[in-house]
Ligand binder design. Structure first.
Ligand SMILES: *Cc1c(COP(=O)(O)O)cnc(C)c1O
Length: 313
């Protein structure tokens, strides 16, 4: 191991803010997208920002292993594996679903995390739901010396601090900032980082996401955000042909790829809201591209298997 120098994480990646259009929609709204998907080749989008201060804290407390939680399609698992490798931490993933223990190698996201050095524990869904409060998981954690625990999806106060840095002076002219939502950490960060005149709109990728509002209010105390519950497409990692068509049309028109789990749903929702006249036409809108493109490979593999149209890249 080499002597620790200034952590890589303290450079501030400056990604493009690009204009875009919605396929099949003429509108006078100002539409731009901040390409956080270009922040880092693997630790893409919001995950980079959410890990930034957690890595610093892990390093400062002299921990040598990062432990975190995720499902089989988790971008956060892959991002943590990559961040650990780059920053000289061992990484452990506690993965939802015991059944994956014998077949995880068939999952392209878990395969990539493993290649980046992550080791896995597969736990039953009931235990996973309890996280650190599960005795089963507590026993696993007891066997991992000197670890730094990062919660599911990477969301904690330090993640919010990092995500707040997605908004800068360069984004201060926009009125409305939109983001995809999973655990709500990124939306909370944008809420904290916003200027007084800015409003944040979040589109959860999961069903029955009302509970997120309370959770977000625990992470930011500024009520400058709205959570839009209508564009989950049936639930987390669930998709429809309409969504795939939209993602492909958006790509053909703008040459900007969207992922099917998060950013595709957010952009679809934003388009619908504009179309329905739910957003004033003088608004300057900035969509945050939170990344997640690594998940396309596994989704396409599953779509091919079912003989359905795939996401073009
Ligand atoms: C993880 C993820 C999100 C959700 O972020 P939260 O902070 O958990 O709300 C959104 N978009 C993409 C692409 C992600 O990978």
């Amino acid at each position: 191991m080499t002597e620790t120098t200034t952590p890589d994480y303290f450079f501030m990646p400056d990604v493009p803010i690009q204009p875009f259009q919605f396929p099949g929609l003429k509108t006078s709204h100002t539409l731009f997208i901040k390409r956080e998907d270009l922040t880092h080749p693997v630790i893409s989008g919001n995950k980079f920002w959410k890990l930034k201060y957690n890595l610093q804290a892990a390093r400062e407390s002299k921990k040598d292993t990062l432990v975190t939680f995720g499902g089989a399609m988790s971008n956060h698992i892959v991002a943590t594996a990559a961040a650990g490798k780059e920053n000289n931490f061992k990484t452990v993933g506690i993965i939802r679903g015991e059944e994956l223990a014998t077949k995880w190698e068939g999952n392209l996201s878990l395969q990539e995390a493993s290649e980046l050095g992550m080791t896995f524990y597969f736990v039953p869904r009931e235990e996973y739901r309890l996280k650190e409060r599960s005795e089963h998981i507590e026993k696993i954690l007891d066997t991992i010396p000197n670890h730094y625990l990062i919660p599911e999806g990477g969301t904690n106060k330090l993640a919010v601090k990092g995500a707040s840095e997605i908004l800068t002076e360069k984004t201060s002219d926009f009125d409305l900032i939109t983001t995809a939502v999973g655990t709500g950490g990124t939306l909370s960060g944008l809420s904290v980082g916003a200027k007084e005149h800015q409003h944040i709109m979040g589109f959860p990728a999961l069903k029955n996401a009302e509970f997120l509002v309370k959770k977000i209010l625990n992470l930011t105390d500024i009520e400058n955000f709205t959570v839009i519950l209508d564009y989950h497409f049936g639930g987390y990692a669930k998709i429809t042909s309409e969504l795939i068509d939209f993602i492909n049309d958006f790509y053909r028109l703008n040459r900007i790829p969207l992922d099917p789990i998060y950013t595709g749903k957010m952009m679809f929702g934003l388009k619908e809201m504009i179309k329905n006249g739910e957003i004033d036409s003088d608004k300057k809108i900035l969509a945050i591209h939170t990344g997640g493109l690594q998940g396309i490979r596994e989704m396409n593999k599953q779509l091919k298997h079912k003989n359905r149209p795939i996401i073009i890249t």
